[in-house]
Design a protein around this ligand. Structure first.
Ligand code: HXC
Length: 261
């Protein structure tokens, strides 16, 4: 079962996991308008697919994605980018996707590639991963969250240095800084990402979606409002059958059989 586009393909794995593989090797997965449109379409399909509980986004061994497509962008006018609402219209689909997403990053995640990874719920990195926001070196600035999400993830000092110099961080620095959750040997990256996604997909689907929504809220609001939001979602889990099943299974010393309701 395979969903193929020109610049990416989707693999379906056991346990409710789909892997979106960015596949534009001749340009190191540079995020052309066609690629991001295909990504949005794939996410629409996976959101609607009840068999899917978690999604991994990955690239190649050499590049997760080397950024927005510079060759496509270079002659665009202000009205081309403003008029088409460049980025918001397609890239942001990842941020409205309700099921958990993992970025599995090997090689370059630069510019829009780093931003795309940060739009996922968390990042697993190969020891070969390199992260950067080099836009300033080509006369522009990050435009898909690089000045905002990166700053919240790694703090002002490191984010400012990266955005102002364009230097790359290796996987070890990215883990120390809190940009990635774990580093893996390159050959274990995808298998481990799939295993992690399967673990998540094995939880109650609506509960995992509530958990994701609540963590993401921490990036959108004040602590007091975030706590209030969490409290209400926590209360709402008691309206689900899966909360009853999960707690009953614990007490009965058996594995829960979640029914996603
Ligand atoms: C278009 C790109 C590209 C990109 C690489 N390629 N990155 N094409 N857009 N972002 C193409 C190269 O032109 C080349 O094509 C081929 O991919 C292989 O790349 P090389 O440069 O030959 O590879 P290498 O020497 O190994 O260097 C790898 C690299 C370098 C360090 C990653 O490619 C690089 O610096 N890329 C640009 C990184 C960048 O500035 N990203 C930010 C983009 S701006 P040919 O045809 O020559 O073989 C951005 C703004 C986002 O992302 C704003 C929100 C949307």
């Amino acid at each position: 079962d395979n969903l193929s586009h020109e610049n990416l393909y989707v693999e379906f794995h056991d346990g409710g996991v789909a892997v979106i593989v960015l596949n534009r090797p001749k340009a190191l997965n540079a995020l052309s308008p066609d690629l991001t449109r295909e990504l949005g379409a794939a996410l629409d399909t996976l959101e609607a697919d009840d068999t899917i509980g978690a999604v991994v986004v990955t690239g190649s061994a050499k590049a997760f994605a080397a950024g927005a497509d510079i060759k496509a962008m270079k002659d665009w006018s202000y009205m081309d980018v403003y008029g088409a609402d460049f980025i918001t219209a397609t890239w942001e689909r990842l941020t409205t996707f309700r099921k958990p997403t993992i970025a599995a990053v090997a090689g370059y995640a630069l510019g829009g590639g780093c931003e795309l990874a940060m739009m996922c719920d968390f990042i697993l990195a190969a020891d070969t991963a390199r992260f950067g926001q080099p836009e300033i070196t080509i006369g522009t600035i990050p435009g898909a969250g690089g000045t905002q999400r990166l700053t919240r993830l790694i703090g002002k000092s490191k984010a400012m240095e990266m955005v102002l110099t364009g230097r790359m961080m290796d996987a070890a620095e990215a883990e120390r800084a809190g940009l990635v959750s774990r580093i893996l040997p390159a050959e274990e990256l995808l298998p481990e990402a799939i295993k992690t996604a399967q673990k998540i997909a094995g939880m109650s689907r609506p509960i995992a979606m509530l958990a994701k929504e609540s963590v993401n809220r921490a990036y959108e609001t004040t602590l007091a409002e975030g706590i209030r939001f969490e409290r209400r979602l926590f209360h709402s889990t008691f309206a689900t059958e899966d909360q009853k099943e999960g707690m009953a299974a614990f007490v009965e010393k058996r594995a829960p059989a979640f029914r996603n309701r």
